[in-house]
Design a binder for this molecule. Structure first.
Ligand SMILES: N[C@@H](Cc1ccccc1)C(=O)O
Length: 492
């Protein structure tokens, strides 16, 4: 539309002197006209030059008067033939219209301002202000004196805007030629490439957005959980190796050697190297004692503890093996309160199904201090889980060889409308802490959960194999849910 109008106009006329007026005349939108001019100018169909123009526009006050009449007119019309007391007129018009109206009407000699009464001096007046404002709104010219008066009353302000003057350019044609974007096989066969005009390369155009790298959902949730631990003042533990001795994975945790978890059905044992090279001998002796006959107020398990069993290498079954190594080192130093966490991979000889994998990740946190109670553990768990967006918790008594009391942690899942198990926790037993060398009044509260469970909830994944393994689809990896668990995760 605009292009035809411009090229057509230039066929018969030397120039378009003002694109604004041109747009008005042809009933076109000026923005569209400007865009077409710029494009035609780029291809040298036209030569365009921009001109800065000043234009008057109405202020808010100007707009009101253009609609309701000037204050002086409103005042004049409110005066009855017999005149009106000042106060009454002011009440009728309101203080601001009254004030401006009086000043202007008096200046125009429309009214007589008596001591008591205000009365008309003439019978008919014109609302010149309103008329001028309407003219300006219509884009019409008015006398300079009137412009000055309106400007002085702040009813109009000037605005600069750009219009273009347009002449034929060196490549002018009454119609734009269609340019080819690609040279095709057909063009070559037909030979019409000779006549074709090709579109120039636009080296400034932005290329297609490239698909960059994405963090896997497990890595994103891991980062979020690390941030939460750090905000709560926890230090990260070195997560050591996947291969661990039975000693640190089980014995140090007061897990008896006949415990079913220590069976090859549940745990991956290593063939080569099948045993660990060294263990802290004094400590091993104390662990043996506590398993066999107890001590530190405990009766022990009363069985024959075997060093060969403790030496067996395995793939660690929980990150509590990271914790036991850390706590043993800590107990060798003067006692100090500490907060630690770890997040890393663990392995279990499990049948793989939609909620179980043979390898997964655990998140573990612990606090070591004097005077800690189960109440502290519950409080910390509320704090930790509510930072993940899971603030409705329930606890169920549970059993772990290394903690007493122990609690399973359940969280109400708003999306699934049910309580789901989210972790396990407890206070480490004296049978574990005292042989390590902790003072008798040291208390350690700890909890652990899988990284996969909250990630599945967060990403709406119901089969763990879609999250971890060779089948993970890129759509899931690119998905970027709001980093909160619970309701918002599902509604995403
Ligand atoms: N190790 C436990 C979690 C846990 C950690 C610390 C204390 C109590 C429990 C598990 O694998 O489920």
């Amino acid at each position: 539309m605009a292009e035809e109008a411009i090229l057509g106009y230039l066929e018969k006329n030397a120039e378009i002197s003002d694109s604004g007026r041109f747009a008005d005349e042809f009933g076109l939108d000026h923005n569209e006209v400007v865009n077409v001019i710029k494009s035609l100018n780029g291809f040298r169909y036209v030569d365009a030059e921009d001109i800065k123009m000043e234009k008057w526009v109405l202020t808010d006050e100007g707009e009101t008067y253009a609609a309701t009449g000037s204050p002086e007119m409103q005042l004049f019309l409110a005066i009855p033939p017999e005149g009106i007391p000042r106060e009454e007129l002011q009440k009728k018009l309101g203080p601001s219209i009254f004030k401006i109206g009086c000043a202007q009407a008096a200046k125009n000699k429309w009214v007589v301002m008596g001591k008591q009464l205000i009365s008309r001096k003439v019978q008919h007046v014109d609302d010149k202000v309103k008329n001028s404002l309407l003219q300006i709104k219509d884009g019409k010219e008015i006398y300079d004196d009137d412009v000055k008066a309106l400007k002085a009353r702040k009813l109009i302000v000037s605005q600069t805007w750009k219009v273009y003057s347009v002449k034929k350019g060196p490549s002018y044609a009454p119609r734009r030629k269609k340019v080819a974007t690609d040279l095709t096989r057909e063009n070559l066969q037909r030979g019409d490439w000779r006549e074709l005009e090709f579109k120039e390369y636009n080296f400034n155009a932005k290329g297609q957005a490239l698909l960059g790298g994405h963090l896997h959902p497990l890595l994103k949730v891991r980062q979020q959980i690390k941030n939460i631990f750090r905000q709560m003042g926890f230090e990260e533990m070195p997560t050591n190796n996947f291969v661990e001795s039975s000693f640190w994975n089980f014995d140090a945790l007061f897990q008896p050697q006949q415990h079913p978890a220590r069976d090859a059905h549940d745990t991956f044992f290593l063939k080569d190297p099948s045993t660990t090279r060294e263990l802290p001998e004094d400590y091993v002796e104390r662990v043996k004692q506590v398993h066999e006959t107890g001590g530190y107020g405990s009766k022990g398990y009363g069985y024959n503890w075997k060093r060969e069993e403790a030496n067996k290498n395995l793939l660690r079954t929980h990150t509590t093996a990271v914790t036991s190594r850390m706590l043993y080192m800590l107990a060798q130093k003067p006692f100090a309160p500490k907060k630690y966490f770890s997040i890393d991979r663990v392995f279990r000889n499990e049948a793989v199904d939609r909620t179980h994998l043979a390898e997964f990740h655990q998140i573990e946190g612990l606090i070591c201090d004097r005077g800690l109670t189960l109440g502290d553990l519950i409080g910390v768990l509320y704090d930790f889980f509510s930072r993940l967006g899971m603030s409705k918790l329930r606890f169920k008594p549970a059993y772990n060889p290394y903690t007493e009391p122990s609690m399973e942690i359940f969280s109400y899942h708003e999306g699934f409308k049910k309580w789901v198990e989210v972790g396990n926790s407890g206070m480490f037993r004296p049978e574990m802490l005292l042989p390590m060398g902790f003072p008798e009044d040291a208390r350690i509260i700890a909890w652990g959960l899988s990284l996969e469970r909250p990630t599945m909830i967060l990403y709406g994944v119901d089969n763990i194999r879609d999250l971890f393994g060779h089948k993970v689809d890129l759509g899931l990896v690119k998905k970027n849910p709001i980093c909160r668990l619970g309701i918002d995760a599902r509604s995403e």
